[in-house]
Design a protein around this ligand. Structure first.
Ligand SMILES: *[C@@H]1O[C@H](CO)[C@@H](O)[C@H](O)[C@H]1NC(C)=O
Length: 130
């Protein structure tokens, strides 16, 4: 997904200011998970990429949508891209408590197999220090 566009770059400072943990995007008909990201730079946490990450995590989840000509990843993954898939499927997540949220990407093409998962663990909810 090409998320670096005018809409994205206009919103990104707000995500930093308000300490947004995770941003769930469409409308691309695919799935892609970023490393913690701001202004094209990855800010992984020191104890693990998603443990107190230094920037919001972005998940594009539109792979339940119809297939269109622009959907295949016909370009190399960006450095901030942690995982991507064009499998037909859906994302589910559970917020366990104030510090832990868990995401899974389910592939319908692979009969319900979980093809990606992550925990985001965040102990302070405040503006990022960038
Ligand atoms: C929050 O949930 C996670 C995952 O179940 C757990 O490991 C952690 O101990 C919980 N934290 C608190 C404060 O309950």
């Amino acid at each position: 997904i090409i998320i670096i566009n005018n809409v994205f770059s206009g919103l990104e400072p707000l995500l930093i200011e308000f300490g947004v943990d995770v941003v769930i995007w469409a409308h691309e008909h695919s799935y892609e998970r970023s490393w913690p990201l701001y202004d094209n730079v990855v800010y992984n946490g020191t104890e693990g990429p998603y443990i107190n990450p230094g920037a919001p995590v972005h998940i594009v989840t539109g792979s339940a949508g119809c297939q269109e000509s622009t959907d295949p990843f016909n370009y190399p993954a960006a450095a901030w891209s942690a995982f991507r898939s064009t499998d037909y499927g859906y994302t589910r997540f559970k917020a366990y408590n104030q510090t832990h949220i868990y995401f899974e990407q389910v592939s319908v093409d692979r009969k319900g197999k979980v093809i990606d998962s992550l925990w985001i663990e965040k102990h302070k909810h405040e503006a990022y220090n960038l």
